[in-house]
Design a protein around this ligand. Structure first.
Ligand code: GTP
Ligand code: NA
Ligand code: MG
Length: 290
């Protein structure tokens, strides 16, 4: 991409950690913190991700904790996560799924920020967690390493602002940029059939600006953006890089991790879809070689 076309984009954050260590509580706490009094009680539509503004800087969170979505996306070559927040309960320490998450993040070469959670508990032992992390090759900064680590309570909200500060800062360090011009490309993060709306998918825009009315290809199917709905349930006209948005206008249900790519015309989209369907058919007909 020409350097001058690139603009800063929000970081995309995935939260991982062991069962019951507080991933959902943290995601809820962060999401609720940006809801203003006038919106209180108004339920935000769930679209699998949300974007907040922290000190004027946007940060996008995948709203599906756990490893499944991360793995499903990577299996399709979709690699949209920039930073992994590893949640570890301070009273429990590193557990099997914590180790699995560390493994996933390492393999994918992701920046990991550790949130030692439940620090409000009497039995919290953040020092022990840091020792365990160091034993796994994740030296936190106070242990002379370079892994950023915060002690938080997702339940009480303690340290959550510091975590957001750190995420915004890390995003700057990583210099996350994308070109908002040109044809849009987005990754499917969630897809479902809905009564009266057909196949609906949530995407995160990776580059370009996704606009209503534009034709696209997604897997072996053509489509056209009929409507875009943001994470507050509002209809919008366009979505820029790093923005999660719900897209209506799929011919068929896409798969998580599939790429939606804007096309020049309906004709181009249909032509490419036909080619991809032919390829799939040919593959299915292939007789295994002896
Ligand atoms: P799974 O989705 O089942 O893997 O769990 P999770 O990681 O999403 O944990 P969840 O947010 O559901 O929290 C599990 C339990 O821990 C709940 O009872 C929360 O209220 C509690 N919890 C979460 N964060 C904190 C915290 O900071 N302090 C305390 N004391 N409890 C917490
Ligand atoms: Na739980
Ligand atoms: Mg949960």
């Amino acid at each position: 991409e020409p350097e001058d076309q690139l603009k800063l984009r929000p970081p995309i954050i995935t939260i991982m950690g062991h069962v019951d260590h507080g991933k959902t509580t943290l995601l809820d706490r962060i999401r609720d913190s940006r809801i203003t009094a006038s919106e209180a009680g108004g339920i935000t539509q769930h679209i699998g991700a949300y974007k907040i503004e922290h000190d004027g800087k946007p940060v996008t969170f995948l709203d599906t904790p756990g490893h499944a979505i991360f793995s499903a996306m990577r299996a399709r070559g979709a690699d949209i996560t920039d930073i992994v927040v590893l949640v570890v309960a301070a009273n429990d320490g590193l557990m099997p799924q914590t180790l699995e998450a560390i493994d996933h993040a390492k393999k994918a070469n992701k920046t990991v920020i550790v949130a030692i959670n439940k620090c409000d508990l009497e039995s919290a032992n953040p020092m022990h967690v840091k020792t365990q992390l160091a034993e796994r090759g994740l030296q936190t900064t106070d242990f002379g390493g370079d892994v950023e680590c915060l002690e938080i309570s997702a339940l009480k909200g303690t340290g959550v602002d510091d975590l957001l500060d750190l995420l915004a800062l890390q995003a700057e360090v990583l210099e996350l940029k994308a070109n908002p011009k040109g044809h849009a490309r987005a990754s499917i993060i969630e897809a479902k059939y809905q009564q009266g709306r057909g196949a609906v998918a949530s995407v995160i825009v990776e580059s370009g600006t996704l606009k209503t009315g534009k034709p696209f290809i997604c897997g072996p199917f053509a489509g056209k953006v009929k409507a875009l709905i943001n994470d507050r349930g509002e209809t919008i006209k366009e979505a820029t890089p790093g923005t999660p948005v719900e897209v209506i206008g799929f011919e068929e249900l896409p798969r998580v991790g599939d790429s939606l790519v804007e096309m020049e015309s309906d004709r181009d989209a249909k032509k490419l879809a036909a080619e991809r369907q032919d390829e799939l058919r040919a593959e299915r007909l292939k007789v295994p070689q002896k």
